[in-house]
Design a protein around this ligand. Sequence first.
Ligand SMILES: C[S@@+](CC[C@H](N)C(=O)[O-])C[C@H]1O[C@@H](n2cnc3c(N)ncnc32)[C@H](O)[C@@H]1O
Length: 465
Amino acid sequence: MNFLPIFYNITDKPCLVVGGGAIAARKAELLLRSGGRVRLVAPEIGARVLEMADKQALECEQREFRQDDLNDMTCAIAATDDKNLNAEISRQAQARGIPVNVVDNPDLCSFIMPSMIDRDPVQIAISTGGVSPVLARMLRSKLESCIPGAYGELARLADDHRDAVKRRLPDVDTRRRFWETILDGQVAELVFAGRTEDARQQLEQELESFNIAGVRGEVYLVGAGPGDPDLITFKALRLMQQADVVVYDRLVSQPILDMVRRDAEKIYAGKASSNHAIPQENINQLLVRLAKEGKRVLRLKGGDPFIFGRGGEEIEELIDENVEFQVVPGITAASGCASYAGIPLTHRDHSQACIFVTGHRRDGEEGLNWEMLSHANQTVVFYMGLENVERICSSLKAHGRAADTPAALIEKGTTTEQRVFVGDLDSLPGLIARNEVRAPTLILIGEVVALHDKLGWYKPGEEIR
Ligand SMILES: C[S@@+](CC[C@H](N)C(=O)[O-])C[C@H]1O[C@@H](n2cnc3c(N)ncnc32)[C@H](O)[C@@H]1O
């Protein structure tokens, strides 16, 4: 990130615009809308600037730029056609520590102007760091369409009641819960429907009767998918953004954690196969305790919580303790990794069934039905099988699966670090050792694996031509 996103108060502060054309006029308008006092200097002045000068909205001088124009300025914008002059203005302003923007030249800027969504007093600024203003504008139009125009009105209503709410609800967390119910509930709907007065009354009634003790905590058991943040569901995203606390596993990738509400408390409950950061019983109790404190608890798990995720055990405890919960499925590793590796889990010609199995031995025994797993024309997916790969391959062969049955290892599937190795039941253990394959890795066994050569499409790190 080359630029710090900040909002700068320029109310009643002098701002300089150099240039008299349409772009300079637009910049001057923005400064005026933000409360700045604008002085504009240019040898040639266009119609739009003249119009603003006539209305005395800004001070306009028809002449060349002079060094002393920068005296006492809060910021300066160079919007001339003259590259040398723009560079000179930038140099002089920066030498004096005055924030300067040069139109269409990020290298000469000490600040850049974002693309804006204006729902005054709500402002949303989008920046690509000056790299692609067109992309910023495209993002803006996407956001424009999903942010109602009345958000400004809603913010003003909230502002009118800020002090009263602070007095009535001195605790910060309680206040936040109150505001969340207001800004996402009936009050907001009334504002959006143009019924501001009704919204005001409703807000005051809700403030009067609000009781945090009546707010019940809840647990959201959410599947975060196998790694690519684009693979989480809309529902997961919504709950991630309203949680007070998140209890997450080792498999939840950083880009996904970054999508959780920024000020939510984050508790790592990480799990590697032999290293339980917090024992499962304690995780269950932690969820119950946090929910009983009235918190919205996000239990975020890699993949799907109900597939080798012990999600069932967690909600069993919640049910026993009478705690409300929701379960949000996620894309399980088998599905995500197979798709990103170009290996269909079933195929009319090669595989009529697909089985998900754990390769992790509990008390030294998988307890698996090897005979059933060794049938031909099916795909077997081993989760957590890396450490036992030799046993897996030899057991399958011993129960009749051909030694040349295609087999794949998918490491860190769906992420930008995904690696796929293809071999067969004989060569799989050697592939792991030679390539230093590490967890999380999924093992796929079956004829469909051979399709990877043709169907493999996701090649992170490879240049696309
Ligand atoms: C405890 S299980 C959790 C499975 C998860 N609940 C799911 O539905 O995907 C962990 C195992 O899932 C597999 N796994 C999870 N994410 C993976 C990924 N991105 N790439 C490869 N394997 C993955 C690995 O075999 C790992 O050892």
